[in-house]
Design a protein around this ligand. Structure first.
Ligand code: SIN
Ligand code: CO
Length: 382
């Protein structure tokens, strides 16, 4: 398993996380670039995979969205362009393995691993992101500069596709070599430029829901489960000015809107499902033929391991006595008794080496079966 040597996660969380950038000189025991440039180019040609090509020409930035034609790479030249591919961790297990050392940050905050390949001087220009990111240099060299903290009022250059800062002054800089890591907190402006050819960077990206995201998604999804009710005022009394909406009416109306939102347990269940929804719902990972519980049992009895689909999102909450609610890819599973241990294990590990140890009750087997049939688990050799 990949590990960061001489890196103290507690100190990092206390002093740097969401506060200031940190450059970490190659903390890996031995660094191997987990993906070849031509494999990345291959992914950018796939229909279901989100990719972008950013080309800089005479101070103008152009973006082309994937899927790209294979022939596109031959006429790009050898300077001033970069290819960016999202969620490579969903497709390449060695790239998914890069997330492991950063799991001192909870899984529900993780977004994906974006991989970039840049020709000499290539980059996406000075910008800031809404989210925390660990930028791991995979291959070649990149000069990273960081500047001021920005927000929605920061001036941008006019470009339809890229949000590039009109003003960027470097306050610090590092040259990242293979294995080096740069942590950048949300809002901090940064600019990475490839020094030489074959520069590959792996961005472990995080996510944090915004207040408007939470509210608008809640309002979109929840009312369907809520029993509808209409304002009523059987106690209506005469009022002095018919134009006034009396405080008592406002209280009732406000309560109609907030009562459901104020139910913390209900909110927790909704949030778990919402947050665990897959990043790319158009990609169907479910097996072509659903498997019966008997067949699944015989497969795991025969020694197969169950592995988590790297594109799947797993999390859980503990609530309502000693039960646990598991969320996987937008679905919710109430777990009790032995299934609690199973759910905790699935969430903590990438694979269940010996599923027979957990598949002891019919409820546990049923859960594994559901997860298998929705494409969140798959069978593989140990
Ligand atoms: C890159 O890998 O070139 C861009 C990553 C970033 O700046 O967020
Ligand atoms: Co960035």
């Amino acid at each position: 398993m990949l590990k960061l040597e001489n890196f103290d996660a507690e100190t990092f969380l206390r002093d740097y996380w969401q506060k200031k950038p940190l450059f970490i000189r190659n903390p890996w025991n031995e660094w191997h670039n987990p993906l070849e440039p031509d494999e990345l180019a291959g992914l950018a040609c796939e229909d279901d995979i989100e990719s972008r090509l950013v080309i800089q020409a005479d101070d103008d930035w152009k973006v082309e969205h994937g899927p790209l034609a294979e022939s596109r790479f031959s006429d790009l030249g050898n300077r001033h362009w970069t290819l960016l591919v999202q969620a490579v961790d969903h497709y390449v297990s060695q790239v998914a393995a890069l997330i492991q050392p950063f799991r001192f940050i909870p899984d529900w905050r993780i977004d994906d691993v974006m991989v970039s390949y840049a020709a000499e001087d290539g980059g996406v220009g000075p910008h800031f992101d809404q989210y925390d990111v660990f930028l791991i240099q995979g291959l070649g060299k990149r000069r990273w500069q960081v500047g001021a903290v920005c927000d929605e009022n920061s001036k941008l250059i006019s470009n339809d596709q890229l949000k590039l800062l009109a003003e960027f002054e470097a306050l610090d800089e590092w040259v990242c070599e293979p294995g080096d890591i740069l942590y950048i907190p949300p809002g901090l402006s940064h600019n990475g430029v490839a020094l030489g050819q074959d520069c590959m960077t792996y961005s472990i990206g995080f996510r944090a829901p915004s207040k408007t995201d939470l509210l608008s998604h809640w309002v979109d999804e929840k009312p369907a489960d809520i029993e509808d009710d209409r304002y009523s005022d059987p106690d209506l009394e005469m009022q002095e000015n018919p134009g006034e909406i009396l405080p008592k009416a406002i209280d009732r109306l406000h309560n109609m809107v907030t009562a459901n939102l104020a139910d913390r347990d209900d909110f927790a269940e909704w949030f778990g499902r919402y947050n665990s929804a897959v990043k790319y719902p158009e990609v169907d990972w479910a097996p072509e033929n659903p498997m019966s519980t008997e067949k699944l049992l015989s497969e795991i009895r025969a020694g197969q391991a169950l592995k988590k689909n790297p594109a799947s999102r797993y999390s859980f909450i503990r609530h309502r006595s000693n039960a646990l609610v598991l969320f996987v890819d937008g679905e919710m599973f109430e777990c009790a008794k032995d299934v609690v241990k199973l759910a905790e294990t699935i969430c903590a590990l990438d694979e269940i080496d010996d599923p027979m140890n957990y598949a002891k009750s019919s409820n546990a087997i049923a859960l594994l079966n559901l997860l298998y049939n929705q494409g969140s688990l798959y069978l593989d050799k140990k």
